[in-house]
Ligand binder design. Sequence first.
Ligand code: 13P
Ligand code: SF4
Length: 299
Amino acid sequence: MKKQIEQLKRAKNAVILAHYYTPDDIQSIADYVGDSFYLAKIAKQSTADIIVFCGVSFMGESAKILNPDKKVLMPDLSADCPMAHMVKPGVIEQMRERYDDLAVVCYINSTAQLKCQSDVCVTSSNAVNIVKALPNNNIFFIPDRNLGSYVAKQVPDKNIILNDGCCPVHTEVSSEQVQLEMQQHPDALVISHPECEEEILALSDYIGSTAGMIDYAKTSKSSEFIVCTEEGVLFQMISDNPDKRFYFPNPHPCCQDMKRNTLERVLSVLQNENQIVEIDEDVCNKALIPLERMLELAK
Ligand code: 13P
Ligand code: SF4
């Protein structure tokens, strides 16, 4: 299957992008593997005719919005991020009425519709710097309350209004389980994704995006880590650091939607050019504004 994928990719001038949470065999065949910010940048720069995006729908949608003329395929269009939908209808309008200078800051883990209503997008790797760079004092941070509250702590001079959305995978990480791992591995450093609950972040030595966590594990002098994020990051962590040890709190965090990306499905979409990401032109044009603003402000 890997050979067939390789041949079809060349024949059709296609490129495969994969998030660190996809299964190991997907990461091993991808041309680019990264966190959501890196993959959005790569999608924007791509000269391929076809982008096969192995991730969840907000990632494929962002690639399409940034490249409206390209064919963007996903191995399984039903792979979705539940958090991307967690903003109640009407709440953005209510906030805009309440505050004159409001900036709606939209985590990229959101639907294209929500992006249309937002001033700027962010990812977990640039949210703090982008919020700091905005001229607005009042910020409505959607959809993730945990990333929002992490940003609020780093930018205490701004009024950051939180929305009650969260990642069902990261919020399952329990502090008891992390503490248990800490007792069993007293020399290990705790590294966490900011989508985890506040009590997990309070136990952490490092907090950052998936790419940030992977870089930290690589450059740190420590040789043991308790990893509070989706277990797919282990593939890159082990390949970067074969002599280091990585422990996950039980049950290991696992995003079932990311695991819908399989080799069979990658091969099938390359053969059939189906599972096409399609977005209404007006939505595409509106959602492009906050995405491009993110790419600009993150420079
Ligand atoms: P990153 O921005 O770290 O890639 O995270 C995306 C995500 O979905 C985390 O759950
Ligand atoms: Fe969404 Fe959570 Fe899966 Fe990330 S890990 S894609 S935030 S459900």
